[in-house]
Design a protein around this ligand. Structure first.
Ligand SMILES: Cc1cc2nc3c(=O)[nH]c(=O)nc-3n(C[C@H](O)[C@H](O)[C@H](O)COP(=O)(O)OP(=O)(O)OC[C@H]3O[C@@H](n4cnc5c(N)ncnc54)[C@H](O)[C@@H]3O)c2cc1C
Length: 311
């Protein structure tokens, strides 16, 4: 029996979250097989084979897999998972789109956003917007699990796994078709794996002010930008910057929350950050309860001074 990991990559490199899923999967005490879907997997397969803790890499490539559609890959994953003990992936939009379909095809329950694997079938996961941790048991014959990547260290290099090519599934064009994407190009680090995150709330009032105030600060600190859901709902920041229960969960070395109230749904996405700094003009804002350093101040006055001091 093996543990399969659905790998996520950009065609060139594995996402850090996949290396974190590899670390998580060691708790099963079984050989780990990394599954790669894509169009040209040469570079990614070489990297995957080097990841410590991976025993085998299965490479499944075809031109139509350049953009992995859940409709295309879920049946193949279900077939592979039938003979495995577990199918694990990082809890990212990529896997959240695919694993529930695999669970449905296998007619098993899946567990999402697991922060600790105590044993095969016994997991710890947050509930109530991260306010409680529940230990849950899953008796299914195949364990389908997504793990909160930030709860696990990223597996490094040092392995030398075998790489095997498998036949690719046919395009399932009747169900779904890739039409295109529009990607925001940014020189900033990826939010999920950035060492520093600067986040802003609704108080920044407009997208222009958000960029003008937080952009320079993020630039000085080589930080990713994050935002609250309220800021996103009001069009102040783009959707993929949302940090929180229904956004990204991040745990950077430094998280700077600017004009962020600290609602539980936001805290669920950032409270595991190593050092939290909050700037808010309301001394009773809940964000100060989790902040290591807090400054009660008007952000429009303070943030430009902070950016200037870091220049
Ligand atoms: C099911 C569900 C899921 C949710 N998921 C998420 C999620 O994933 N992420 C998320 O963030 N939220 C989420 N929310 C929303 C969440 O409950 C809050 O509404 C949201 O986080 C508030 O955002 P905010 O702090 O920007 O806005 P507000 O609550 O309006 O707070 C603004 C803060 O800015 C401060 N402020 C105002 N002006 C200034 C100034 N000039 N200088 C300094 N400080 C100032 C105020 O004192 C206040 O604390 C969710 C809600 C629900 C119901």
């Amino acid at each position: 029996m093996t543990v399969l990991i659905l790998a996520e990559h950009d065609g060139q490199k594995l996402r850090t979250a996949t290396r974190q899923a590899v670390s998580a999967a060691q708790a099963f005490g079984l050989p780990v097989t990394l599954l790669l879907f894509g169009a040209d997997l040469r570079a990614v397969a070489e990297e995957a084979a080097r990841v410590t803790g991976v025993s085998e890499v299965k490479r499944i490539e075809a031109p139509h897999l350049a953009h992995v559609l859940p409709e295309d890959v879920a049946p193949t994953l279900a077939e592979l998972a039938r003979d495995a003990r577990a199918l694990v992936a990082a809890h990212t939009p990529f896997a959240k789109n695919i694993l529930p379909r695999v669970a449905a095809l296998l007619d098993v329950a899946m567990l999402s956003d697991v922060v600790q694997i105590e044993a095969c079938g016994r997991y710890v996961r947050p509930i109530y917007a991260g306010n409680l941790l529940a230990t849950v048991e899953n008796p299914e014959p195949v364990q389908l699990v997504t793990v909160r990547a930030t709860a696990f260290a990223a597996a490094g290099d040092g392995g030398s796994a075998d790489v095997e090519s498998l036949a690719a599934p046919a395009p399932n064009a009747g169900l779904a078709e890739w039409k295109g994407e529009s990607l925001a190009v940014s020189g900033r680090p990826d939010l999920a794996s950035a060492r520093v995150v600067v986040s802003g709330g609704r108080s920044l009032a407009s997208a222009d002010q958000f960029d003008a105030l937080l952009g320079p600060l993020a630039g000085r600190l080589d930080a990713a930008l994050g935002a609250t859901r309220a800021a996103i709902d009001e069009g102040i920041a783009p959707n993929d910057w949302q940090v929180g229960q229904t956004g990204s969960v991040v745990a950077p070395e430094l998280y700077i929350a600017i004009g962020v109230s600290g609602a539980v749904q936001h805290l669920a996405g950032m409270k595991d950050s190593k050092v939290i700094v909050a700037i808010n003009r309301d001394p009773d804002a809940p964000i100060f309860q989790v902040a290591d350093y807090g400054l009660v101040a008007d952000l429009f006055d303070t943030v430009p001074k902070l950016s200037a001091a870091l220049a």
